[in-house]
Design a protein around this ligand. Structure first.
Ligand SMILES: [Zn+2]
Length: 758
């Protein structure tokens, strides 16, 4: 599962920079139930912007003359980031480079699979953008010379749209599943697409669909025929009922469908399209009403072959026997369309412990299928960050020195520190509709139960910076230091959060009838009120079952507070390589850690929904509460200042001379309560505290408007390419620009394949 959207669990961390959208943006359930006809359009000027939006949304008329609601327009000036990998790649041995290279190729071989899984327009759009880019040598200003009358601004908006299609591998956002349409008119787009006969022809076949935004449902992925879904190709009449009926048949027959699509034929029967190199027909199943489902192999046959060939090459350069067997199973799975072989590959993956190269490939995540059973393709390969692993190793080694510093006695702590499963990776290639910040797989429940899973954090995704990114809400005078040290400060925060945060603490339990893991007669004394605790977890109760819906965010908050509590410690700063004499000086890193947390708490307001007054994202809610904690410290430790009427100059000020005397003290009190209430199953006090700390008052609700107005589009990532000549692998990185992003895709033509004939 991707870490931004995984289900709630208490002890492992879902890493953060790709937070889950608010429920109303979520696509699986068709939530937007709006009238299909515009009501009284004359009254538009007197209505709120929200209801104007509804009316545009609900128009079922032709879209051409209607303005497109702003949330459906392509991003403008999206920050583009490079996935920094060169130094990590250079550290690899020749054999490791070869292994990584072939898996990278196999991952990119799946590009057209991803495109075909998003929408019918996605693959043609991908080809159109690259055809035009190739025609103008990736210098889009040439379009103005070639097509007099097209303005620079129009070309710019075309490139914005094109880059977004490449970054999402389709015309629906990977984050939120919402369609985006160009900011230029269909007419202008048609003019630009006419720059070559090939692109003109591609455009002719999709222009209407690309701009289609009515009825509203079509702008979100979901159940067909109202919503968009490419998991049910060429099936204009298929509906949720059909899909569920077939789903039941698959469950009854033990058929795994992650790597399939479902097609309904004109006569009402179905075909289950299986992703495989092999072409042919397989078993036939029957729906209770008599309709047949025929198994048809060979969906994406060409792509599956390329993948299998590259993975077979990777097998030959595998670094150990486990990897060799893992590759063998992947190859078998992709050639034959066997999901059992894929499951076997995942068993080997779990057994491949402490490798230098991590990888996973296949049909993994089911978020985008409305039925939640068919998965989209993703392939990735990453280098284990040895330096960070070393630092984290040192932290774990010294956990016995650091954990006793936390503000509770040893009765509230485990007898022996258990290192949480956590590896930090630097991604070479991540090919799918988007890139998460962390992953926890495999998803096959039977494997998770028996063999477990791996939890990986993608370091260069989390740390990615765009040259054009604006850091908001930070004072001018703090900006240079903030920009310079946000990476090291974040690393400090993540390391402490993951290892000593989630790794610390004990639950006071009655483990079986009459057996307690604490002294029942003399229960531990709470440092909060000096009295023995009176509550504990009864037999069968767990942290999740007792704290329910609050558990995930509460635990993230506890882990973040542990990080804020321990980062002022000079010894810990030293473990992370920061002293008074280092370039990233200890006290500066500490300052930026606190400032960054305060800023994250403010930005978190994006994930608070003013209508329902609810929080949508566990980490963000946690950080908001830590900002509240900072604000509660006396003597103006942290202030949010603004003089402009619209608060557009809102700035965070944090007094660095008061971190240890004020900020740390406030965190200490908050963390102590969070921890003791958790340890002692005191759900009443714990939830009460957490709700109070995460409540949003009028002032903060106003700040949310400022946060939203300064919100920048989602980052787009530019990834490197590797090339093999002889036995030597070289790596090529690209500029963090739209052109760099486009060039990286132009250079992948050998593996992705040239544009199809349209
Ligand atoms: Zn966490």
């Amino acid at each position: 599962m991707h870490v931004f959207a995984r289900r709630v669990a208490s002890s492992s961390c879902r890493v953060f920079n790709r937070p889950r959208p608010l429920p109303h943006l979520h696509s699986r359930l068709p939530r937007l139930r709006l009238p299909l006809q515009p009501r009284n359009l004359d009254n538009l000027q007197n209505t709120s912007s929200a209801s104007i939006r509804l009316r545009y949304y609900s128009s079922s008329a032709s879209t051409m003359s209607e303005p497109v609601p702003s949330h459906l327009l392509a991003d403008e000036k999206a920050p583009v980031c490079r996935l920094e990998i060169q130094p990590h790649f250079d550290n690899l041995s020749a054999k490791e480079k070869l292994y990584a290279h072939h898996i990278s190729k196999a991952s990119f071989a799946g590009t057209r699979v991803v495109l075909r899984q998003v929408s019918p327009q996605s693959e043609p759009l991908f080809d159109l953008v690259l055809t035009i880019a190739r025609h103008v040598d990736n210098d889009f200003s040439k379009i103005q010379t070639l097509l007099p009358g097209v303005t620079e601004d129009e070309v710019n908006k075309f490139v914005d749209f094109g880059a977004q299609v490449l970054a999402n591998l389709g015309n629906y956002k990977s984050f939120g599943d919402q369609k985006f349409v160009p900011r230029i008119s269909e007419e202008t787009f048609t003019k630009i697409a006419g720059v070559t006969p090939e692109s003109a022809k591609i455009w002719e076949g999709i222009r209407e669909q690309v701009y289609k935004i009515a009825p509203t449902e079509i702008t979100l992925l979901g159940y067909p025929p109202q919503h968009m879904s490419a998991y049910y190709p060429d099936s204009p009449n298929i509906n949720q009922e059909d899909i569920e009926a077939c789903g039941k048949v698959f469950v009854q027959n033990g058929v795994l469908v992650e790597h399939t699509r479902l097609k309904q034929l004109e006569d009402g029967n179905f075909e289950m399209l299986v992703a495989s190199e092999k072409v042919g027909e397989g078993k036939v199943y029957e729906v209770p009403d008599g309709r047949k489902i025929k198994t048809v192999y060979g969906d994406y046959s060409g792509e599956m072959k390329s993948m299998a060939d590259e993975l077979d090459a990777a097998r030959k350069t595998a670094l150990n026997e486990t990897q060799e067997k893992m590759m063998e199973e992947y190859v078998k799975s992709f050639r034959e369309g066997s999901l059992e072989a894929h499951k076997e590959s995942q068993r080997y993956w779990i057994k491949d412990i402490g490798p230098t190269i991590e990888t996973n490939i296949g049909f993994i995540e089911t978020y985008r299928d409305p039925a939640g059973t068919k998965a989209y393709f993703e392939g990735w390969v990453a280098v284990v960050n040895k330096e960070r692993t070393k630092v984290f190793g040192k932290l774990v080694e010294r956990a016995g020195d650091f954990i006793p510093k936390l503000p509770w006695s040893k009765e509230f702590e485990k007898d022996k520190f258990q290192k949480p499963d956590f590896t930090s990776l630097e991604v070479l290639t991540f090919n799918s509709d988007g890139i998460p910040a962390g992953i926890n797989i495999p998803n096959y429940d039977d494997i998770r139960m028996t063999l477990g899973f791996k939890n990986v954090s993608l370091g260069n995704v989390l740390n990615a910076k765009s040259p054009s990114e604006r850091v908001t809400f930070i004072d001018e005078k703090d900006l240079p230091l903030f920009e310079r040290l946000r990476g090291p400060a974040f690393e400090l925060q993540v390391g402490l959060h993951e290892l000593l945060g989630h790794g610390s603490g004990k639950l006071l339990q009655e483990t079986e009838e009459g057996v307690y893991n604490f002294d029942k007669e003399n229960p531990p004394v709470s440092p909060i009120d000096g009295k023995p605790v009176s509550t504990y977890y009864k037999v069968g109760e767990t942290w999740g079952s007792v704290f329910g819906a609050h558990a995930a965010s509460y635990e993230e908050c506890r882990a973040e507070c542990v990080a804020m509590y321990l980062c002022p410690d000079r010894e810990i700063l030293q473990v992370f390589g920061h002293t008074d004499d280092t370039e990233a000086a200890a006290e500066d890193v500490l300052y930026i850690s606190y400032l960054q947390m305060a800023r994250a708490g403010l930005l978190a307001l994006e994930f608070w929904d003013p209508k329902s007054r609810k929080w949508g994202q566990a980490h963000m809610r946690a950080r908001y509460s830590i900002l509240q904690c900072f604000l509660s410290a006396p003597d103006n430790f942290v202030t949010l200042d603004s003089t402009a009427a619209d608060q557009s100059d809102l700035t965070i000020h944090l007094d660095r001379s008061k971190i240890r005397s004020h900020g740390f003290k406030a965190v200490e009190q908050y963390l102590q309560k969070l921890h003791i209430y958790k340890a002692s199953a005191n759900v009443e006090a714990g939830v009460g505290l957490y709700e109070e700390m995460t409540s949003v008052n009028e002032t903060m609700a106003q700040f949310r408007d400022v946060v939203m107005s300064k919100k920048q589009p989602r980052k787009q990532f530019v990834q490197a390419n590797t090339t093999l000549s002889g036995d030597e692998v070289t790596i090529k990185e690209y500029d963090a620009t739209r052109e760099g992003l486009i060039q990286s895709w132009l250079d992948r033509e050998d593996i992705v394949g040239a544009a199809k004939p349209y």
